[in-house]
Design a binder for this molecule. Structure first.
Ligand SMILES: [Fe+2]
Length: 502
């Protein structure tokens, strides 16, 4: 069961070398040994999404995010071993290119650069997040509708539109699930076409039925990568990475970052009408990919916690924008915007609450409610060498942090626990596995990369005590195959998988 592109030639750019070198290989590994003591509570499957181009791109300036979606499953088995499987998502695009034996779709999110006879073929690559809800596994990317995948075999079951209920042409890879109600909240931007300002906002009930979809206009067409909910509100942040239809028609880049434009936070009652949306103005030029959470305090104010930076963090977007900054000039921090939906002010109040970094994580049960603690990836300021090159930033994180917003010192970014890795090692985005023991913070599972030679790497899944990162892994599973950097992952408990299969 392999499909390999190892003979193909890819551009020798940061998007296709080092850790970013395409793997092009489907994998099925079983009964992998677990080193150490695997906690009994870590039973289930860790799904991860990566982009991995099946064929060299049509255009040499292609980027890492264009790659075909690969979904992998690391299953922690009852017998104490682990299985690892990885397969391409058979999107319409993958099938069309596979038949031709070459790339047929052009530049990143620019359909005007595709082969002419590909017009109308779904060009999403479903490479960003494996989303689990109501017993269904969806591979999502924000430029199209998701693909449904069998959670056990990883067979592609087809494009998914919630049984015809989803009218938006897109659904982002960042949905939010309220653990208390079981509902899934989703949105799509460019909902009716390239560079459109139309945003779709939808609610899916705990059985997976899409029960409501409403559309509204953003202040401008922006990359809306993530959003959040609270117990009573839905929050739509807008940062000025913008699209323009004329630029796309002329074969240009989808995204350009505009330092002169305001950022915005749209807030509406989450079961309300889009006509109730209020727009709060944030600073100009800022950017963010991921939010840790949002919640309401006792006074009804809304706190929105995000990994904010002073410019778009992706070098290829800055280059397309004519923004020339050295890596050290790109700065950020876990940043709180506070707004009062019922108050007078239309401005956000900004507070720095944590260090620079990304991939923030909280227990699923705290989604939309106050989170006394959380985790995120960052760079070890003491590191004695360059980070591993990989991902769209060309630099991998090498430090896992725990933040405690009750006991941590604000001056220290609320950091109370850290696991820095040595030079030559990197973390991919972790997932959280809850513990049933009162007071136990649960477990963290993450893929760790280690460079062992000029172009050789080893990869392993590490299991950590979420409340004692500094102690290092309690268990490890070596994964003896090359892995490209993960975009996002999802933890599915065994009981939920068993119920879905039944
Ligand atoms: Fe993301």
């Amino acid at each position: 069961m392999t499909a390999s592109n190892s003979d193909a030639t890819f551009p020798q750019t940061p998007h296709f070398i080092g850790l970013n070198q395409p793997v092009g290989q489907e994998v099925a590994l079983s009964a992998l040994p677990v080193e150490g003591t695997l906690p009994a509570e870590v039973r289930g499957s860790f799904y991860r999404a990566i982009p991995d181009p099946h064929f060299p791109p049509k255009f040499a300036d292609d980027n890492v995010l264009s790659g075909d979606g690969m979904v992998s499953r690391l299953s922690f088995n009852a017998d104490g071993t682990a299985d690892f499987t990885m397969r391409y998502v058979r999107t319409a695009r993958w099938l069309a290119e596979n038949e031709a034996g070459r790339a047929r779709f052009g530049r990143y999110r620019n359909a005007f650069t595709d082969d002419a006879d590909m017009a109308g073929v779904d060009r999403t690559v479903a490479n960003t997040t494996p989303v689990w809800h109501a017993g269904r596994l969806l591979m999502a990317k924000e430029d199209g509708r998701p693909y449904r995948v069998d959670p056990i075999t990883l067979d592609t079951l087809g494009s998914y539109d919630f049984d015809g209920a989803l009218k938006s042409e897109t659904m982002t890879a960042h949905v939010r699930i309220d653990a208390q109600t079981g509902e899934l909240f989703l949105y799509g931007y460019e909902a009716d076409g390239l560079a459109s300002t139309k945003i779709a906002y939808a609610v899916v009930d705990p059985t997976g039925k899409l029960v409501r979809e409403q559309w509204f206009d953003a202040p401008y067409c922006a990359m809306m990568h993530d959003f959040t909910i609270t117990e009573h509100y839905a929050l739509f942040p807008i940062y000025p990475t913008t699209a323009d239809i004329e630029r796309l028609r002329s074969g240009g880049d989808h995204w350009v970052h505009d330092m002169a434009l305001d950022s915005w936070l749209g807030v509406m009652p989450r079961y309300g009408d889009v006509s109730e949306m209020r727009w709060f103005r944030g600073p100009k030029g800022v950017s963010c990919y991921h939010m840790m959470n949002a919640f309401e305090d006792a006074d009804g104010r809304i706190h929105f916690d995000q990994c904010l930076s002073n410019v778009n963090a992706f070098p290829f977007i800055r280059e397309a924008s004519g923004i020339h900054m050295a890596p050290h000039e790109v700065q950020g921090a876990l940043t709180r915007w506070t707004v009062d939906f019922k108050g007078e002010s239309d401005e956000v109040t900004e507070t720095i609450i944590g260090p620079p970094g990304d991939f923030p994580l909280i227990p699923a049960a705290m989604q939309g409610r106050p989170n006394p603690y959380g985790w995120m990836l960052s760079m070890d300021p003491q590191m004695k060498g360059p980070p591993l090159m990989g991902g769209p930033v060309y630099a991998m994180f090498n430090c896992l942090l725990r933040l405690d917003f009750v006991h941590g010192r604000p001056q220290a970014g609320h950091v109370v626990d850290a696991l820095p890795l040595p030079v030559g090692w990197s973390f991919n985005e972790p997932v959280h596995v809850p513990s049933a023991t009162p007071g136990h913070l649960g477990w963290i599972v993450a893929i760790v990369d280690h460079q062992t030679g000029d172009n050789t790497y080893e990869h392993a899944a590490w299991v950590l005590n979420a409340g004692d990162l500094a102690a290092g892994p309690v268990a490890k599973v070596a994964i003896p195959t090359r892995l490209r950097p993960q975009v996002h992952g999802w933890w599915v408990p065994q009981a939920q998988l068993d119920a879905a299969v039944a």
